[in-house]
Each structure stands twice: as C-alpha cells, then as structure tokens.
Design a protein around this ligand. Structure first.
Ligand SMILES: C[S@@+](CC[C@H](N)C(=O)[O-])C[C@H]1O[C@@H](n2cnc3c(N)ncnc32)[C@H](O)[C@@H]1O
Length: 283
C-alpha cells in the first residue's frame, strides 16, 4: 500500500490578516498598537517583579537549568516582555543581558525596573524583522512563553540564530503545543473510571486563536495565540537555523485541596505537561 500523503507544511509567513498586522479593512496597523502593547499594564501587574506562580515555580527554574548561564556571558532575551528573566540572569552573574520586545510599554516597564543596571540593554523591535541586535555576538538566547505569540516563527528562529555566536545556545519555553491549545484543549471527568482526562478538540491545523485578556471586564482587549502542531514548530526551528539538542516537558506544581477529585487531579497533573522546553544550538 502506498504511504499516506505527507501533510502540507503550513507556511507561517502567510498568516491571516489580523495576525499579519492588518486591520479588518486591510490597512497596516503598527506593531505597537496591536499584540501585547494595549494589554501591557495588565500583563505587567500579572507577572510583577518575580513572575506569575508558573514563572516562579516551573518556567524560570527550567529556563535557568537548561540555559546554565555562565559569569560574564552575553545573553539576549527575545520577547522579554516586562523583563521577568532579567533579574535571575543578572543574579547568575552574566556580563550583559539584552531584552528585546515589540511592546514599547512592556520595554518601559522593564526599563523602570532594570534601566539603571549597566549590564542591561533594552530594545523595542519586531523580532521577526531584521535588526542590528541579530549580530552574532551573543553566547546564548532565550525566548520564554512567546513562541506562540509571534506571527512568523521561522523569522523569529532565524533572527535568534543570527543573534548567536556560531554554536551559541538557545532555550525556548512555550505552552505545550500538544496539550495546551486555547479553546481546543480541556479537562474532562470520567465518572465511571474516576479519571480526569485531557480532551483535545483539534490539534493538527495551525490556527490563530483570539485570547481575551481580562475576561469579565468587558474591555474587549485581546491578544492572538498562534497554535502550530509540533512537526511544524520543530521544522520552523530547523529552518531558522537552530538544531534542537534537548527537550523537557514541564508539569504543573499546583496541587488541589483534598477532596473527592484530588487523587485524579493529582494524577492528571503528573501525566499531562503544561509547557514544552527545548535547548538548541546555532548550526
Ligand atoms: C506572553 S508574553 C511573554 C513575555 C516574557 N517573556 C514573559 O515570560 O513574561 C509574549 C511577549 O511576546 C512579545 N512579542 C510578540 N510578538 C513579537 C514580535 N514580533 N516581536 C517582538 N516581541 C513580540 C509580546 O510583546 C509579549 O511581550
């Protein structure tokens, strides 16, 4: 029997009009007016000085373990947001940290916290576009909880690779593309077997998913989550010029109160990872 046809590779360079930065009328909208800038105050408050509880308990420890920053190194944090990773990197003794993000307000929040530190440089820029920051001078690069927020992942990874010295390393931490797909993945309860299961309504098609940032407040502020199946994500990393060297799947630290469902919830938290973390090297 002939093998089934290969799934066509979705070209992430052709996003839908909203994700591509066009108004519904097709007019270009500057990057600062879309994406995360309109929700910057909310995000800064949510993350705060030291991160959300997922940052503190799961994401930042994994990022630092996989990055293994060395004293004196030059590190670039791509899509740095309000700079939650900067302090841990400074505390690790790195020589220079560059944070880069498209949101002027989030860069301003990072500057308010770390702008006087001589080892910190902060840049407002679109990481999918060519820039002087992608200059081959960095020992390592990070991209934390942002791969799914970027319209063009091939351009993101290509610019991260260009920012690195040859052989330089990268750490990518993101929502797990197989288990955490907004609006498409849910918890369910099987009363007969008494198990909490993970239900996936869709996975294999790339999709742009609007996320309402303050549900219930009626402000209508949204960001866009770009879901990509795992094969597409890994192919984009390689196409961008990074070779994956290690992978960790990160699980929730949260545990429910003792009750009728707690055993099943505990098991589910240990079986279904929340985040995918990869290390890679510039090829
Ligand atoms: C969920 S936030 C994560 C921020 C930070 N790394 C953290 O862990 O708190 C996603 C970030 O990606 C940034 N971003 C999305 N697309 C971008 C682009 N094309 N260029 C630069 N930054 C971008 C947003 O501005 C936002 O700050």
């Amino acid at each position: 029997m002939p093998p089934p046809p290969r799934r066509p590779f979705h070209n992430p360079r052709q996003p839908g009009p909203q994700a591509a930065g066009k108004s519904p009328q097709g007019k270009p909208v500057p990057l600062a007016e879309r994406g995360w800038d309109p929700v910057a105050a909310w995000y800064d408050k949510l993350v705060g000085e030291s991160g959300s509880d997922y940052h503190r308990q799961v994401i930042l420890p994994a990022t630092l373990r996989m990055l293994d920053p060395q004293p004196g190194e030059s590190i670039i944090d791509v899509c740095c947001g309000q700079g939650v990773l900067l302090k841990p990197l400074l505390d690790a003794g790195v020589g220079k940290v560059t944070g880069i993000d498209a949101s002027p307000r989030l860069i301003a929040a990072a500057r308010a916290r770390h702008g006087t530190e001589r080892r910190v440089a902060l840049i407002t820029a679109d990481v999918c576009a060519p820039g002087r920051w992608a200059d081959g001078s960095h020992d390592a690069a990070t991209c934390v909880m942002a791969v799914h927020d970027v319209v063009d992942p091939v351009a993101l990874f290509a610019n991260m690779a260009r920012a690195l010295k040859p052989g330089g390393r990268a750490v990518l931490v993101m929502m797990h593309p197989c288990f955490r797909i907004p609006r498409q993945s849910h918890w369910g309860w099987d009363a007969e077997q008494k198990i909490q299961y993970r239900r996936l309504d869709a996975y294999g098609s790339p999709r742009d998913i609007p996320i309402t940032t303050h549900p219930g407040k009626g402000s209508g502020e949204q960001t866009t989550f770009h879901h990509r199946p795992l094969a597409e994500l890994l192919t984009a990393i390689g196409t961008g010029g990074l070779a994956v060297t290690a992978c960790e799947e990160l699980y929730s630290h949260r545990r429910s109160q003792v009750g009728p469902f707690s055993k099943a919830e505990h098991r589910a938290a240990q079986e279904f990872p929340l985040f995918l973390a990869l290390t890679a090297r510039r090829m």
